[in-house]
Design a protein around this ligand. Structure first.
Ligand code: SF4
Ligand code: SF4
Length: 70
């Protein structure tokens, strides 16, 4: 089975739409793949740690996070 990892579309990501600029997806990832330096900035990804579980994608209302085959 091919490995899948999370991908962030930076053109779709708009932290202004998230509560107080905090990325809702960050807290959902138990692998801590997602990291937000500060509110109102897009999250950064440490994709090598990603399990491809897609839990984080459910948090993003603009569908900026996707799990793609790697
Ligand atoms: S990835 Fe989605 S939930 Fe996270 S900051 Fe961007 S728009 Fe908000
Ligand atoms: S797909 Fe799963 S492991 Fe990967 S960043 Fe999202 S929640 Fe974390």
């Amino acid at each position: 089975m091919p490995k899948a990892i999370v991908s962030l579309n930076y053109q779709l990501c708009d932290p202004n739409q998230c509560d107080q600029g905090v990325c809702r997806a960050v807290a959902l990832c138990r692998r801590k793949v997602l990291h937000q330096e500060k509110p109102f900035e897009p999250p950064q990804l440490n994709s090598e740690l990603c399990l491809g579980c897609a839990v984080c994608t459910t948090a993003c209302s603009v569908h900026a996070l996707m799990v793609l085959p790697w």
